[in-house]
Design a protein around this ligand. Structure first.
Ligand code: SF4
Length: 62
């Protein structure tokens, strides 16, 4: 599984970084970026939570 952030949709609320800091980190522009390529199994649960709770639906998991 991989995580993708739509930079055009992200509003920089930081929620994904708080929920799943091993996967999502806000960059210098205040936009969430994905810091791992293939998500390790142990990160999948928090990545799903971040996807579900992102207020702008900017996160996609594939
Ligand atoms: S939760 Fe969504 S809007 Fe908030 S920082 Fe993460 S990707 Fe951006």
């Amino acid at each position: 599984m991989i995580a993708i952030v739509d930079r055009g949709e992200c509003i920089g609320c930081r929620l994904c970084e708080e929920i799943c800091p091993d996967v999502f980190v806000l960059d210098s522009e205040g936009i969430s970026t994905v810091i791992v390529d293939e998500l390790p199994f142990e990160f999948e649960e928090c990545a799903h939570e971040a996807e579900e709770r992102c207020p702008s639906s900017a996160i996609t998991l594939e």
